[in-house]
Design a protein. Structure first.
Length: 153
């Protein structure tokens, strides 16, 4: 191995989350509660990326994320790539995109919204998913907020 190569252990089965904006790497790890897992987790930050400049990468052994977890991930780090690994091979690549609706994932920042005063799930519609900084609209009170400034449920 040359001095320029980096050694990051391959995983036999699990998920590699790649192309995470570098400043979001630990937020992604926290959001997915990776600290609660018993299986090995490798977190790398500030790797060179042609697309992002700097990126993060997270390898999680023996973990395959649910659709609900992927939808949460999309709020924090949209456009990351999930590589599904089986027997040391990538068997599937998934681009993480914002869904059309976010249900029970983010809080409404309107203190008078019914979702902040009654025991019920929030429900947001995405406004212009392709924008650099998409906005979301609460389906109950119509409050619009930046997706970059939301609080997760």
């Amino acid at each position: 191995m040359s001095k320029k190569e980096r050694l990051v252990a391959a995983i036999e089965n699990g998920t590699v989350i790649d192309h995470i904006p570098a400043d979001k790497t630990y937020q992604v790890a926290s959001l997915l509660k990776l600290h609660e897992l018993d299986s090995p987790v490798t977190i790398g930050q500030n790797y060179h990326s042609k697309k992002l400049g700097r990126k993060g990468i997270i390898k999680v052994e023996d973990k395959f994320f649910t659709d609900a977890e992927i939808n949460q991930l999309s709020v924090v780090a949209n456009n990351v790539v999930l590589n599904i690994i089986k027997d040391y091979e990538v068997v599937e690549k998934k681009m993480v995109h914002l869904p059309d609706n976010l249900v029970g994932i983010v809080k409404c920042n309107n203190p008078k919204c019914i979702t902040n005063n009654e025991p019920m799930s929030t429900n947001f519609t995405i406004i212009d998913k392709d924008a650099k900084h998409p906005q979301i609209r609460c389906r109950y009170c119509d409050k619009v907020q930046d997706i970059d400034k939301v609080n997760l449920c």
